[in-house]
Ligand binder design. Structure first.
Ligand code: SF4
Length: 360
């Protein structure tokens, strides 16, 4: 199949749905790890056409949602520094921190700008030589290489007022943590497409060998997702797990080696805290010593106390697949996209926001 329309073919989709029904003989729970998959599954009505015994649960694949409360508080503390311009992608500014949000800080007069690329942030630094520009580095392996590239570009251009707050997260260690946590039953994983374009299938090999759980990397069109769900259902029902690349038009075994090289030339793995999961060994990225002068956390060293997530918010349970949004007592009552209590209702990839928009 060469053209995108073929991945949206309704007749083909129906045939795969019938195949899923034909091999489904028990209750199974498949986690779609990626927020973009969550949205695509809802938008295409995929939950509604699956057999009743195939459940989809959403995982920790929305970068804004998994950002720890204390990391949000740190971003706010950085915004409160003298002569600082915060540059960030849009969703983050509405996420409530413990006492404030970047949006509230912006309304209070802090200089917080939404940018559309890291290079916009570098331009800001060039245009404001008397200020320090801090880019908020939130995201997975998909985003980290471009942020690393911005650091390399700033170094090459001799820009000394550009900094990054690195709160990146790495996906394979989170999958391990989810399995070890064991708070929700997961029979198979729909693995993220965009992250896998960068890290390749081989990045999951160790995880797969350790847990022997069915895993399929997939794209974002309905036929991609349904085919992956069929393959997972079959593997689960036959008890023969595989790690499969269901997105070969974009994902290779080795991934994007150039992007990986750039990412690890600037950053190195470190432990990181994930909302709802806690501290996961080797799941974050910090600056390598050679690039420490770009590290906003080291340079500004803001004091940020331990944080408490918003009272009553179940985002932690949503991100581990323990609860669905309608099971949160605040869902659609105190928490809506206009007045979000937690990040899962803020981000366009957040599970609560997707349920709110598409779930009846
Ligand atoms: S509905 Fe709101 S409060 Fe409840 S888990 Fe989702 S974001 Fe948090």
């Amino acid at each position: 199949m060469k053209h995108i329309q073929e991945y949206r073919d309704s007749r083909l989709s129906r045939r795969i749905i019938e195949q899923i029904a034909a091999v489904s003989d028990r209750n199974i729970r498949i986690m779609e790890v990626c927020g973009t998959h969550t949205v695509s599954i809802f938008r295409n009505g995929i939950r509604t056409v699956l057999p009743e015994n195939v459940s989809l649960i959403s995982g920790p694949g929305c970068p804004v949602c998994v950002t720890d409360q204390r990391e949000i508080d740190t971003a706010i503390a950085l915004a409160e520094q003298e002569n600082v311009i915060i540059a960030t992608f849009g969703d983050l500014i509405r996420v409530p921190g413990t006492f404030s949000s970047l949006q509230s800080e912006q309304a209070a007069g802090r200089d917080i700008r939404i940018v559309y690329s890291t290079f916009d942030a570098i331009t800001l630094a060039k245009e404001n030589p008397g200020k320090n520009v801090v880019f908020l580095g939130i995201g997975f392996e998909t985003t980290a290489p471009t942020i690393a590239a911005s650091v390399l570009a700033a170094e090459k251009a001799g820009i000394t007022n550009y900094f990054v707050y690195s709160a990146h997260k790495l996906m394979p260690p989170a999958l391990e943590a989810l399995m070890d946590l064991g708070v929700s039953r997961i029979d198979g994983f729909l693995l993220p497409g965009h992250v896998s374009v960068i890290i390749g299938t081989k990045a999951y090999a160790e995880f797969f060998e350790k847990y022997r759980i069915p895993c399929v990397i997939t794209g974002f069109e309905p036929v991609d997702i349904l085919q992956a769900l069929f393959n997972l259902t079959e593997m689960i029902n036959t008890g023969l797990p595989r790690l499969e690349n269901g997105y070969p038009r974009a994902v290779t075994e080795a991934g994007n080696t150039g992007a990986i090289e750039i990412m690890y030339s600037v950053f190195e793995p470190c432990d990181a805290s994930w909302r709802g999961i806690g501290r996961i060994s080797g799941s974050g990225l910090r600056f390598r010593p050679d690039y420490a002068s770009f590290d906003a956390k080291a340079y500004f060293d803001p004091y940020v106390p331990e944080a408490m997530p918003p009272r009553g918010c179940a985002c932690g349970d949503i991100l581990t697949g323990t609860l669905t949004p309608p099971e949160c007592p605040l869902y659609k009552k105190k928490c809506t996209p206009v007045n979000p209590v937690g990040p899962c209702m803020v981000s366009s990839e957040g599970t609560c926001a997707a349920y709110y928009k598409y779930h009846d």
